[in-house]
Design a protein around this ligand. Structure first.
Ligand SMILES: Nc1ncnc2c1ncn2[C@@H]1O[C@H](COP(=O)(O)OP(=O)(O)OP(=O)(O)O)[C@@H](O)[C@H]1O
Ligand SMILES: [Mg+2]
Length: 241
């Protein structure tokens, strides 16, 4: 039987900061077109887990592979060139630059008009605001810009860390709809971290649930929903979208 190499694979990793361990025993593999969700309470280690792939937390044991290659010692900038897109928690934009400039900085040496086209097709709102400065955007628009900046690097796998954080309920729903459309349209593989359980259960085919830095569930969303209501309720402070 032919097996396909996952785009991104965590193999029994331990990660943390300055020698202190935050998460361990995490293993999962994101294949082409797959959508993974990561759930867990504040401080459970969700961001640290994503950051380990990007190189922003310390990988202390285990391996992370991008397209089958161990990226443990790959410099951060090369990881993004190799197809890893990352939207960090909080809004990763330059407040003093316009929307357009923010997108172009992210696209770097790529085709500028292609990058702007791509960003504005995904988020028409950004086109309307293209000359606005970063600080003149609403929270939802800032988040769109942050996502657009990751998208124009043409990732194979997109890591999204709590894109809905701090947004009003209606804005959360709109942004989540845009994110889902975008991921479908681009056929991206994706890892979404959110504290909104319903969002993760609707969006993801596979889920990793973390509790105090340890996985308490790694597998299909369907099975989690059907057989493990206890995990959903215990591990997660239930938040509704
Ligand atoms: N840069 C850092 N240096 C040292 N410790 C950190 C750092 N970032 C996070 N930690 C610690 O690691 C633990 C897990 O944090 P992490 O940010 O991964 O949790 P999280 O699940 O993303 O939480 P939240 O839902 O609040 O974003 C926390 O105890 C936190 O204090
Ligand atoms: Mg976090």
């Amino acid at each position: 039987m032919m097996s396909t190499t996952p785009y991104l694979e965590y193999r029994d990793i331990t990660a943390g900061y300055n020698g202190t361990e935050v998460v361990s025993q995490v293993s999962f593999a994101v294949c082409k077109g797959q959508r993974w969700g990561v759930l867990g309470r504040n401080g459970a280690g969700k961001s640290t887990t994503l950051a380990a792939a990007v190189g922003l937390s310390q990988l202390q044991a285990g391996e992370i592979l991008l397209n089958g290659r161990d990226i443990g010692s790959t410099p951060i900038f090369q990881r993004s060139r190799s197809g890893l897109g990352f939207v960090p928690q909080g809004r990763d934009i330059f407040p003093s630059l316009s929307v357009e400039e923010n997108i172009l900085v992210a696209a770097k040496n790529g085709n500028a008009s292609e990058a702007l086209d791509m960003a504005y097709t995904m988020f028409p709102r950004l086109k309307e605001r293209r000359n606005n400065g970063g600080t003149q955007l609403s929270g939802g628009e800032q988040q769109m810009l942050s996502i657009a900046r990751a998208i124009v690097t043409k990732p194979q796998v997109l890591l999204l860390d709590e894109p809905l954080e701090g947004l009003a309920p209606k804005v959360r729903q709109e942004l989540m709809a845009s994110i889902t459309d975008m991921i479908d349209e681009l056929g991206l593989a994706c890892v979404l971290v959110e504290q909104y359980v319903d969002v993760i259960l609707d969006f993801s085919q596979h889920v990793l649930v973390l509790e105090s830095g340890r996985p308490v569930y790694t597998g299909p969303t369907e099975d989690l929903r059907r057989d493990h209501q206890d995990i959903i309720e215990n591990a997660i402070g239930l938040r509704k979208l």
